[in-house]
Design a protein around this ligand. Structure first.
Ligand code: HAM
Length: 449
């Protein structure tokens, strides 16, 4: 029975009292991405397993150990998406976006699923905001992508993230690098975990990303990829750095960043926080010039990133970054008796049609209970109506913050409410502690105008 009221390990609920924070982060990310030309794409939560095996790479931890894979009733192997890029590329190809003007820029807010050991900042169901830019080989695109992520963090008031970048080269320079890695790790093959022993032949770079303590200790002194870059990759990396400097974006080069997914080429980067513990990478991404053709499309140099929204929230909370207040109801109509209840139904309907948040008691409780409820909901204004108010067509609107009451006609309730609430909001506004004289601000008292 206890199972019924216990969420699955590594999953979390977002409660109504907190959801405005998530909505704020999501709306900010979408809004800024739009300013950079990114339009939202929505893809299914599950895809054919082969898409991730091919796309993310079958020597990665994600594919080998962490995917939620199952056979559906038709016997197909299905996987809950562990990340957003493979699905976005699949959709890009399937829906012919590759035939539209390039680069195509898409962004997404998605849930992702990885069977990892849950800890602070590491969940089995987590959420990403990600972007993908298809069809540009220019290093300017790499720098613009990074500046987009940075803009989102800046707008949210997140200031303790450091940007680390690296280049992991292309298949040409990778051949030489793989050779060097194989040589290095072969001498300590017996100490590597079983998975990494297998990776040694197939994809030695993956050993650098293994989470086993022995493998990561051995990996510490492994050859670094930047020593093996070909001329083209070196020049590309230099240009990215030059653009970042022009954009005044601070970064450091961390030649240990190889990323945990196989599709990357050239530039890779991470935004890392020191304030949320071991799982400090809030955002990761880079270029993947070979993925679109690997999945059957035309050769399409591309790049993208994804930020973990739970980690971003942790960083914002750790830093006391500002969040907007949760929305409170504009009006709560307290109705006593049948006639008043019908009038209240009318008022809340009209108010909602005008864009206000207006509530009434569905349980038709006592006056006291309704007032208490309105107060608990943080209502900005209340109005109490009974038979007398309905007969007279007038009631008292109460400002719940100041306690002030103003008579208001029920026949013209919505416009009356609008005027009262607006004038009270304006009266609350101050600039540098001084009340504002709105008349002079808009030139209303100035006879010459
Ligand atoms: P990733 O580095 O695997 O990259 O994940 C991106 C971000 O998702 C991480 O930096 C982290 O903030 C968050 N994240 C990953 N795993 C978890 C988890 N178990 N719990 C909570 N948060 C997590 C990708 O997924 C690539 N698709 C990014 C990309 C897009 N590259 C190019 N385009």
């Amino acid at each position: 029975m206890a199972l019924l009221t216990k969420a699955i390990k590594g999953t979390r609920d977002v409660l109504p009292k907190d959801v405005h924070k998530n909505q704020y982060i999501e709306a900010t990310a979408l809004d800024i991405a739009e300013k950079f030309g990114y339009k939202e794409i929505r893809t299914p939560v599950f895809e054919h397993t082969e898409l991730f095996q091919r796309g993310v790479g079958d020597t990665t931890d994600v594919v080998q150990k962490e995917m939620y894979t199952f056979d559906d009733k038709g016997g197909r192997s299905i996987t809950l998406r562990p990340e957003g890029t493979a699905g976005a590329v699949r959709s890009y190809l399937e829906n012919g976006l590759c035939n539209e003007a390039l680069p195509q820029k898409v962004c997404y807010l998605t849930s992702c699923y990885r069977y990892e050991k849950p800890q602070a900042g590491r969940l089995r169901e987590f959420h990403q905001f990600g972007v993908e830019c298809f069809g540009t080989a220019s290093p300017l695109a790499d720098a613009e992508l990074i500046s987009l992520a940075k803009s989102i963090f800046d707008t949210l008031g997140v200031n303790d993230l450091s940007l680390e970048i690296n280049s992991i080269g292309c298949p040409t320079c990778r051949t030489e690098y793989h050779k060097a890695l194989k040589e290095y790790f072969s001498s300590r093959k017996d100490e590597l975990c079983e998975t990494c022993q297998d990776r040694l032949d197939r994809n030695p770079m993956r050993i650098l990303d293994c989470k086993s303590p022995i493998c990561s200790e051995i990996a510490k002194n492994a050859p670094v990829v930047t020593d093996y870059l070909c001329d083209e990759c070196r020049q590309h990396f230099d240009k990215v750095q030059e653009y970042l400097k022009t954009m005044n974006i601070e970064f450091s080069i961390n030649s240990k960043i190889v990323r945990g997914l196989d599709y990357y080429t050239k530039t890779v980067f991470e935004f890392v926080s020191n304030s949320i513990g071991a799982q400090g990478t809030v955002c990761g991404g880079g270029r993947y010039d070979g993925l679109v053709d690997e999945l059957g499309g035309p050769k399409t140099p591309s790049l993208g990133f994804a930020m973990g929204l739970e980690r971003l929230m942790l960083v914002m909370e750790a830093q006391n970054a500002p969040f907007p207040e949760a929305n409170a109801p504009d009006l709560f109509v307290v109705a006593m008796g049948d006639k008043a209840t019908l009038k209240a139904v009318e008022i809340v309907k009209d108010m909602r049609a005008e864009g206000f948040t207006a509530l009434m008691d569905l349980n038709q409780r006592s006056l006291r209970a309704q007032m208490k409820y309105a107060d608990k909901l943080n209502s900005k204004f209340t109005i109490v109506i009974g038979d007398n108010e309905v007969n007279d067509g007038i009631a008292k609107l109460k400002n719940m913050k100041t306690g002030e009451e103003t008579e208001i006609a029920l026949t013209t309730f919505v416009s009356g409410f609008y005027n009262i609430s607006l004038s009270e909001q304006l009266a609350d506004l101050e600039i540098n502690g001084e009340e504002i004289d709105f008349g002079s601000l808009f030139g209303l008292n100035n006879e010459e105008n």
